[in-house]
Design a protein around this ligand. Structure first.
Ligand code: NAP
Length: 512
């Protein structure tokens, strides 16, 4: 029997053969319910569009408004719950998620398409964030400061904001909810969560785990609905105290403007067009691994994907020969097959977008070295499979150099000097992440100083992040507070400064 179609053997498996298709629902005030919108939205396996993972009745603005009202009612009690207790609920969720890791990874592969090892890696990464933020319940601290006045205790406490909305994309359907929702909860906010319409099943599992961990009803509310219908409520409702969005620049700009107009906190983490420089002295085998992972891991559907490769001219030919030899070996297919190295793109829209960029690249004069086509052999014709694609002789004026493609397409530029490498790296409107491969520490340090990116990797791929350090981009890649680490919880809380005068008598003079 074909390995890919073998029935799952994991005991606790979420089975979604047509008869077991998941009936996905919104979750408001502790109740699972169908939306009243006029659309029924299906979550389809991008590796085999004959498989429907689940279906939900789309929420309308009515449920989005209701979810905000419930979150508002639930806020006083959640705010009064001690932060260490809030943190412990997140830690309990972590325990459950760890036990269910294999099964969640499998669901992610079937719903989003990334290969199983990457899905398991994402669950692990999200779990690290639950671990970090669970602990933050014990560290939700203010500061004391020396006052200008005698017998005056001057201190700060951190307080939650209130009702916050969290809007997430499909490409990291576990890790991104973890890195937004965990700090928001631990800081004492109540939440309305809208995941991408492509990955509702992962969002439902995330909420179920928090429910099982003991999160009180009404604290976290899930609205399954399309961004175009419920989005405006979740950005503009006057009761929201913050909006945390991750997604495209196209949508993010509107979110930032509409929420920012009301003077509330907004963070928008958006696209990237990340450069990887391979210098003449680079450890070539190491750089090859980094470029392959960065460009084609998760089918290039990462905000941190390596989409521009800047090769020092002296090693360019040698590097490209070796790179192409490896790219040709990538087995494309269903990510449940352990032999597969690259899964499908997520849906028909993304499929057409990437193919369109291949045509744009060819028209602009870039040289297509490999790939660029649909893969339709055998069962692959039922999925959104594309060849890993490499363009050479790309110039900074080209759209394939400037625009986020969000697929397995790598654009190669050759550079002669360090200054040129920095200028070419910085010649886009994005500034999310970057990488350089060199054995010259001075060069690596200079690059990390001069590249316009929120994150820099020296001798490692552009991808990745760790719970305990900030994640996010410069320039048009991000606005608002960075995510993860301390920054994540700072965004979802605000300081209050307390002046406690214990002189017990009228002051002779009050300086200020
Ligand atoms: P997207 O189309 O912008 O959608 C993101 C989210 O916004 C989805 O939940 C979407 O709902 C919702 N949405 C759509 N229209 C909306 C509106 N008018 N108001 C409010 N919300 C609305 O992005 P995507 O295709 O899901 O994700 C890919 C993008 O995310 C890429 O650009 C990638 O670089 C970026 N990304 C950035 C980071 C980072 O940390 N910088 C991380 C991951 C991904 P529907 O699904 O229902 O349309």
């Amino acid at each position: 029997m074909n390995k890919i179609l073998t029935k799952p053997k994991v005991k606790n498996e979420i089975i979604t053969s047509p008869s077991h298709m998941l009936d996905l629902k919104s979750y408001i005030g502790g109740h699972w319910l169908d939306g009243s919108g006029d659309r029924e939205i299906s979550s389809i396996n991008p590796a085999d569009t004959r498989e429907t993972i689940g279906v939900f009745k789309s929420a309308s603005q009515k449920e989005a408004t209701q979810a905000i009202a419930v979150a508002e009612q639930s806020f006083p009690t959640w705010r009064a719950t001690p932060a260490p207790v809030r943190g412990r609920i997140v830690q309990k969720a972590l325990e459950i998620a760890r036990k269910r890791k294999a099964e969640l990874a499998r669901l992610m592969t079937r719903e989003e398409g990334k290969i199983l090892s990457e899905a398991a890696g994402e669950i692990e990464k999200g779990n690290n964030l639950l671990e970090w933020y669970g602990g933050e319940g014990l560290r939700f601290m203010g500061q004391t400061a020396p006052s200008e006045l005698p017998r005056n205790l001057l201190y700060t406490v951190r307080q939650p904001l209130g009702v916050v909305s969290i809007i997430t994309p499909w490409n990291f359907p576990w890790a991104i909810p973890c890195w937004k929702i965990a700090p928001a909860l631990v800081a004492g906010n109540t939440i309305v969560f809208k995941p991408a319409s492509n990955t509702p099943a992962m969002a439902v599992e995330f909420v179920k785990i928090l429910e099982e961990a003991g999160l009180p009803q009404g604290v976290l509310n899930l609205v399954l609905g399309s961004g175009s219908s419920v989005g405006s409520v979740l950005v503009e409702d006057a009761r929201l105290r913050a909006v945390s969005f991750t997604g495209s620049n196209e949508i993010g700009k509107g979110v930032y403007q509409n929420a920012g107009r009301r003077g509330i906190k907004v963070t928008c983490e958006m696209g990237g067009k990340n450069p990887c420089v391979v210098w003449e002295d680079a450890d070539i085998p190491l750089a090859l691994i980094g470029v392959l992972k960065g460009a084609f891991g998760s089918t290039g559907q990462r905000c941190t994907a390596t989409s521009r490769l800047l090769l020092h001219e002296k090693i360019a030919e040698e590097f490209l020969d070796k790179l192409l030899a490896e790219v040709k070996k990538i087995k494309v297919g269903n990510g449940l097959d352990p032999e597969v190295g690259m899964g499908p793109v997520v849906d028909s829209k993304q499929f057409e977008t990437v193919l369109n960029y291949v045509e744009i690249g060819k028209r602009e004069g870039a040289k297509l070295l490999f790939g660029g086509k649909k893969i339709t052999q055998g069962d692959l014709k039922h999925g959104y499979f594309l060849e890993p694609t490499v363009f050479d002789q790309v110039t900074p004026k080209m759209r394939v150099f400037q625009e986020e493609i969000f697929g397995p397409v790598l654009s190669v530029v050759r550079v002669k000097s360090f200054e040129e490498a920095v200028n070419v790296s910085n010649a886009v409107r994005f500034g999310l992440t970057s990488a350089i491969y060199t054995q010259d520490l001075t060069l690596g340090m200079r690059y990390s100083e001069e590249v316009q990116a929120g994150m820099v990797h020296v001798n490692s791929p552009t991808i990745g992040g760790e719970a305990q350090v900030p994640f996010g981009g410069m320039k048009e890649s991000g606005v608002g507070e960075r995510e993860m680490a301390k920054e994540g919880i700072l965004f979802f809380s605000e300081p209050k400064t307390v002046f406690l005068d214990y002189t017990g008598q009228k002051r002779q003079s009050n300086v200020y």
